[in-house]
Ligand binder design. Structure first.
Ligand SMILES: [Zn+2]
Length: 484
């Protein structure tokens, strides 16, 4: 199949995290709500009801467009996309046809060691539909989702492989989460992806016939479905058979795509300007104001972490994949720089990406449910660095902090984990050990250096393992020197 290459364009629908719906004041938070309890005459499509634009949804869409390097045209408008379906009470969806809120941007990222840049054709705003569900023989419809703001991000067919497609989605989801415009939760249906894939011979300029693929419910499904299509279409081309312009659905249980229907064209929807809404004028001052609200984005943060904290690209990548984790880490770094023992950003990174991530993964917990502060984490690392507890004890203290939210000092105290490193506490133990073991002492003084190991062992035993071996070693040598 190496002689064929794919041209893939992705359409992502992301539900926006607004309080209310796109054109009415119903709550947009419908998860877990009883069917048809988040509805009003507007989102039920009652005749004569007038839509009112959700300003926040427009701002979120403009913000996303700006983060994707798009132009934000001054004049946009709303259009009706007409099609009959039981989950669409009005018989049309309010969308944007020829004048979207954002156009001509790009998303750049690294994939398989190379820099990739995918054009963004448009970002526009529309309303979600209701949801059909089935109980035994009956088909029921829930309109709670009807009218929830939905942002559509359409890429150019610049993606060349299923792996690039997956990475594009990973990066896009990260940006939406950083912006706080969407949960981008794919399983909850807040981030949905359709793909257009055409296959052509390597080096050919003209795109092949595009096939639309739907029903992909995970990043993995997107990758598998596109891999399947790449092979299927390549085989048809090799045989000289035509590729149908159609919509296919991914059937994950069978690991294949199946034909659903011939692809509809834009004219099938009879788009026309929405008569109930005026055109939307986007003032430059408004755009500038929205731009100021854009936070540092994942890629810039990742590069800064590598530069300022001397982290590997990999560590910087995992720490910045989630904005809140990056924030937790940066607070810890700041706290680590003050105080008698400086904790380096690298050491903090090791604790976060190692032990803390392990605990979070075991409990399937996000950083928001970690119930200790960056200060407490730094406090723990400091106890280890000062030699008050050893690294293993440090890990079990972190376990306990994770479970109980207690401070590291409390836990160390309660468990009697502190290493006896204070010189005065150890001095008498060492004196006793040397008095009790004249033979190894004599051997050591005669030049048999291995005897030291035995004496260290005796001190550790006498302190029930709580002493810091490094400190014991040093103090023992000093005491032996005095006896020579
Ligand atoms: Zn409503």
């Amino acid at each position: 199949m190496a002689e064929y290459e794919a041209a893939i364009g992705l359409e992502v629908h992301a539900q926006l995290l607004t309080k209310s719906k796109m054109f009415c004041s119903c709550s947009a938070d419908y998860a877990g709500a009883e069917p048809n309890t988040r509805v009003c005459p507007v989102c039920l499509g009652m005749p004569g009801m007038l839509p009112v634009i959700n300003r926040k949804a427009v701002e979120f869409t403009i913000m996303t467009g700006m983060a994707l390097h798009c132009q934000i045209p001054a004049h946009t408008k709303w259009d009706r996309k007409n099609y009959p379906y039981p989950d669409l009470p009005k018989g049309y969806q309010i969308s944007q046809y020829d004048l979207p809120l954002a156009i001509n941007g790009y998303l750049a990222f690294d994939v398989e060691g190379e820099r990739k840049r995918v054009g963004i054709r448009r970002v526009h705003l529309e309303e979600d539909t209701g949801r059909l569900y089935h109980v035994e023989e009956a088909s029921l419809v829930d309109f709670n989702r009807s009218g929830v703001p939905l942002m559509e991000i359409v890429s150019e067919p610049d993606i060349r492989s299923p792996e690039e497609a997956r990475e594009y989605l990973v990066q896009l989801r990260m940006i939406l989460r950083y912006l706080g415009v969407s949960t981008a939760d794919m399983e909850a249906g807040a981030f949905r992806c359709d793909a257009n894939i055409s296959v052509r011979r390597q080096g050919e300029e003209v795109l092949g016939v595009p096939v639309e693929v739907k029903n992909m419910n995970s990043f993995r499904a997107v990758k598998l479905a596109l891999e399947y299509e790449l092979v299927r279409q390549s085989v048809l081309l090799t045989r000289g058979e035509p590729i149908e312009r159609e919509t296919r659905g991914w059937v994950s249980s069978e690991n294949r795509t199946v034909s659903q229907r011939s692809k509809e064209e834009a004219h099938d929807y009879r788009y026309f300007p929405e008569p109930d809404l005026p055109p939307l004028e986007v003032a430059p001052a408004w755009v500038a104001e929205i731009g100021e609200r854009i936070p540092e984005l994942p890629e810039a943060k990742r590069q800064r972490f590598v530069r300022d904290y001397e982290l590997s690209a990999y560590d910087a990548g995992v720490l910045t994949a989630d904005r809140d984790i990056a924030g937790f880490y940066e607070q810890a770094v700041e706290i680590g720089t003050v105080g008698e023992t400086e904790i380096t950003p690298k050491v903090i990174s090791n604790w976060v990406t190692g032990e803390l991530f392990r605990l979070m993964k075991e409990e399937n917990a996000g950083i928001e449910s970690v119930n200790f502060s960056p200060t407490a984490l730094v406090g723990l690392i400091r106890l280890v660095q000062q030699g008050l507890i050893n690294a293993n004890a440090g890990k079990s203290v972190l376990d306990e902090m994770f479970r109980t939210g207690q401070s590291p000092e409390q836990i160390v105290e309660a468990k009697g984990l502190a290493q006896i490193s204070e010189v005065h506490a150890l001095a008498s133990v060492i004196r006793q050990v040397l008095d009790d073991n004249p033979k190894p002492v004599r051997e050591y003084l005669e030049g048999k250096k291995q005897a030291l190991g035995f004496l260290v062992g005796q001190v550790m035993r006498a302190t029930r393992g709580k002493a810091n071996p490094k400190v014991v070693n040093r103090l023992l040598q000093e005491a032996l020197r005095e006896r020579s």
